[in-house]
Ligand binder design. Structure first.
Ligand code: GRF
Length: 194
């Protein structure tokens, strides 16, 4: 299947997906990186790896969230995209786009969902006195950071952990988990129906 990755920032998860997909035996191909923010550092990084990378800024669409998403969707359709990976895409999607990509849109979140949806997950895990933390890849549904969990990776909290030190260890796991979960979904989608 052909894959697009949606980002808003540095795109380290995007890089891990692109690198994994460049292996000849990987069951999916990354054909597009798309950002809502033209200044996202990940766009240049993607181009440097030979991947088409474009911005679809929100501004021309004003408050019409669906119109922005229709513009994104048109870019995806134009390239025959079959799976969408959200990787640090920092906008909540409307039910329209989510419904259109049901079962074919993945997200990665830096917590062991259903614990700590939303922002500042590392800080909140430390403050809550958790003994472990981690990341989750899930199918995207209408609720933020909800939807069926496809896989998780765990890290132990260490004495003296700061949000940054914990984020670094979780991110290492994100970079392994996300390509593995994309490969699993790609394989499932490639199977003949029935
Ligand atoms: C990651 O922690 C991801 O789990 C979260 O946003 C961050 C994006 O980082 N959804 P990057 O842009 O992939 O480096």
């Amino acid at each position: 299947p052909r894959v697009a990755i949606l980002i808003s920032g540095r795109g380290s998860n995007m890089v891990s997906l692109v690198k994994a997909a460049q292996a000849s035996d990987f069951p999916a191909e990354v054909v597009l990186v798309l950002s809502n923010k033209p200044e996202a550092a990940g766009l240049e990084v993607a181009r440097g790896m030979g991947i088409e990378a474009i911005a679809v800024p929100v501004k021309p669409f004003g408050k019409d969230r669906e119109a922005h998403e229709r513009a994104i969707d048109a870019e995806l359709q134009a390239r025959g995209v079959q799976i969408v990976c959200l990787a640090g895409y920092m906008r909540l999607l409307t039910p329209w786009l989510v419904g259109r990509w049901a079962g074919r849109m993945l997200n990665i979140h830096p917590s062991l969902l259903p614990k700590f949806p939303g922002l500042d997950t590392h800080e909140r895990a430390i403050a809550a006195g958790e003994s472990e933390h981690g990341c989750t890849v899930h199918l995207v549904t209408e609720g933020m950071d909800e939807g069926p969990v496809l896989g998780q990776a765990r890290v132990k909290l260490l004495p003296g952990d700061t949000p940054d030190s914990l984020a670094t260890r979780v991110l290492e796991q994100e970079h392994k988990l996300y390509p593995a979960m994309l490969a699993a979904l790609a394989q499932k989608i490639s199977l003949p129906a029935g």
